[in-house]
Design a binder for this molecule. Structure first.
Ligand code: GLU
Length: 291
């Protein structure tokens, strides 16, 4: 059987798609089509506060308008919380996650008291100082009984002693050494949302048979964490292709504030699908021309 590439576009429905998203969606689509493969769409709607069903519907409409097609069904993460709970239970049985009862404020204070300012990373606000990792089994049980709910964190040091050193492959940058420890003990399930971006993206890419993960280079280092979760859970590792983010004419990343450059707004203005594709190509050419 021929090895078939499977890619996906995985937006979070927290707003309308802008040109930066469209660029990323096309990148994934073309990466599949070039090799006669399959393109999937996944709606990453685990956060009930920030995600809205009307944005999910708008994303689908806008992508269709742009001329993209994908293999049905669209996967909505909010409908698959059991899959993430299963993975979390396996990690718990392995002893590589622990409940954390700290508030954001306590974490910031603890980090400051230890003499270092909170570190900013791409996916987490601060590196967790490890307070709850060091609780005894009795203390943990007492707190679980008292608070009932906790954030579940990955014990990254323990996890790495199980898996050993890890690498993954990026189509642009070649073999990459994974250093998930740089992020500290990331949260894998929250009190209010029983999963997290890292956990659900890793589970879904496996369950959906994704063989090539394409996404913006802002998520490049997050792949280290996903690689560690794959190794712990016995999942295969897909190939990766992190692409440069499309920037606006001033060299800035597109953001929600760029209302005029959403696909909806451009369409309302009378732009065609070809116009929008041409706009993206122009911006990309400008970017690549810049030193
Ligand atoms: N849902 C993520 C986002 O919208 C992207 C996930 C991914 O491609 O891994 O930023």
């Amino acid at each position: 059987m021929r090895w078939m590439v499977v890619t996906r576009f995985a937006p979070s429905p927290t707003g309308y798609l802008h040109l930066g998203h469209a660029w990323s969606a096309l990148f994934a689509y073309e990466s599949a089509k070039r090799e006669g493969g399959t393109f999937l769409l996944r709606i990453e709607d685990i956060d009930p506060v920030r995600c809205k069903p009307e944005f999910a519907a708008a994303i689908i409409e806008d992508l269709r308008w742009l001329g993209l097609t994908w293999e049905e069904p669209v996967r909505y993460q909010s409908q698959h919380l059991d899959d993430y709970a299963d993975a979390l239970m396996r990690l718990r049985a392995m002893g590589v996650i622990y409940p954390c009862f700290c508030t954001r404020r306590e974490i910031a204070e603890e980090a400051a008291a230890a003499g270092h300012a909170p570190h900013l990373t791409e996916t987490e606000e601060v590196i967790y100082p490890g307070t709850c990792r060091n609780l005894s089994a009795d203390e943990r049980a007492a707190k679980l009984a008292e608070y009932r709910e906790a954030n579940w964190r990955l014990d990254v040091t323990k996890a790495l002693t199980i898996t050993g050193a890890l690498t993954w492959h990026d189509r642009e940058r070649g073999m990459v050494e994974a250093h998930p420890e740089k992020f500290g003990d990331v949260v894998l399930a929250r009190k209010d949302v029983p999963t997290s971006y890292h956990l659900s993206v890793t589970v879904d890419d496996t369950l959906q048979g994704v063989t090539l993960v394409t996404r913006g280079e802002d998520l490049f280092r997050a792949t280290d964490i996903h690689r560690l979760l794959q190794a712990l859970l016995g999942y295969p590792t897909p190939d990766y292709h992190h692409h440069a983010l499309l920037k606006d004419a001033n060299g800035k990343r597109f953001a929600k504030r760029d209302k005029a450059l959403t696909l909806r707004a451009l369409r309302a203005e009378g732009k065609t699908q070809e116009d929008v594709r041409a706009m993206m190509t122009d911006l990309a050419l400008t970017m690549f021309r810049q030193p």
